[in-house]
Design a binder for this molecule. Structure first.
Ligand code: CP
Length: 317
């Protein structure tokens, strides 16, 4: 966007693959500072106009970005699934061309093809933040790492056991956590529902550089000795169904139970929410003393603040 004659180049946050370790640390540090009330936030985004476009349902992410923008002094324009002319056949390229002349940042949940998110980010006049696509949920991982850092005082050397589908939340967690030295991500996913090979490969490369570990297998009874965090997500991401009529039988052994939690007496429980008690997690676990899932949900607002600030701290040409 032209601003006082200077061309402002905006940054995007589309995938954690695009963030260096230094950028990731900076965003997480800022997010933890926001969560502790250490920063005067009211003026940080004054004058910015943020579009919030959610093609799919959301309780946390949409509210987190809207509340964060308003608390930081920005103004927002909110678009639900039926509001943009994309619905009547206008192309995403034309939509982006128009919105980037008027908005400073677009927070978008497409939950569709990766190319859709990339098309939104095919310009640099307006920042684009991926608020969840089918492949990756990067801002969820920012909230997750903020929660881990606040709870343990560090992310390095933290060991996470992830139970359930290798979905977009798991993908983001894998791409983020493996950048931290000594961190370990142990995924136990049902056969046929693991991480996409390209995500696993990228995370393995990050792990090699940082001396982290990522290990995926499909046996819920093959468990590591020592774990700090047990993490799960809903089995039907954004309510999507699975083709296999017997899929629930495959997922059943991957439920996080009190018995599993008892195997790791000092571990905390995390969940990106929304939850289905009695499916991916027992109610006693989600609502129990080891659960930090609702703190994690609140941290989505602080990580949204950090993400928008990072994107909009643009350089002039
Ligand atoms: N965790 C998460 O993304 O929640 P919402 O779908 O409610 O935004």
């Amino acid at each position: 966007m032209y601003n006082g004659g200077a061309l402002i180049m905006r940054r995007h946050l589309i995938s954690l693959n695009d963030l260096s370790y230094a950028d990731l640390c900076q965003i997480i540090q800022r997010s933890t500072d926001f969560s502790k009330g250490n920063v005067e936030i009211q003026q940080l985004l004054v004058g910015q106009i943020i579009g919030i476009y959610f093609k799919k349902t959301s309780t946390r992410t949409r509210t987190a970005f809207s509340a964060a923008a308003l608390r930081m002094g920005a103004q927002i324009i909110s678009y639900g699934p039926n509001d943009l002319q994309i619905n009547t056949g206008e192309t995403i390229e034309d939509t982006t061309n128009v919105l980037s002349g008027m908005l400073d940042c677009l927070v978008a949940r497409t939950a569709g093809e990766w190319s859709e998110m990339q098309m939104f980010a095919s310009q640099n006049k307006m920042s684009v933040i991926n608020a969840m696509s089918a492949d990756e949920h990067p801002t969820q991982a920012l909230a997750d790492l903020t929660t881990i850092k606040n709870h343990f005082g560090k992310i390095e050397n933290i060991k996470v056991l992830y139970f359930g589908e290798g979905n977009n939340t798991a993908a983001a967690l894998a791409l983020a956590l493996t950048k931290f030295p000594g961190a370990e991500l142990h995924l136990r996913t049902p056969q046929g529902y693991g991480l996409k090979p390209e995500i696993l490969q990228a995370a393995q490369q990050y792990a090699q550089i940082s001396s982290a570990k990522i290990i995926e297998n499909h046996d819920p009874f093959d468990l590591p000795n020592d774990i700090d965090v047990i993490y799960t997500t809903r089995w039907e991401t954004t309510g999507t169904s699975k083709e296999d009529p017997c899929w629930k039988e495959r997922f059943q052994p991957f439920m996080v139970t009190s018995r599993l939690m008892d195997s790791y007496s000092s571990a905390v429980f995390m969940h990106d929410l929304p939850a289905h008690r009695g499916e991916e997690v027992e109610a006693d676990v989600l609502d129990g003393p080891a659960s930090i899932a609702f703190v994690q949900a609140k941290n989505k607002m602080y990580s949204a603040m950090a993400a928008m600030e990072w994107c909009l701290s643009s350089s002039s040409n």
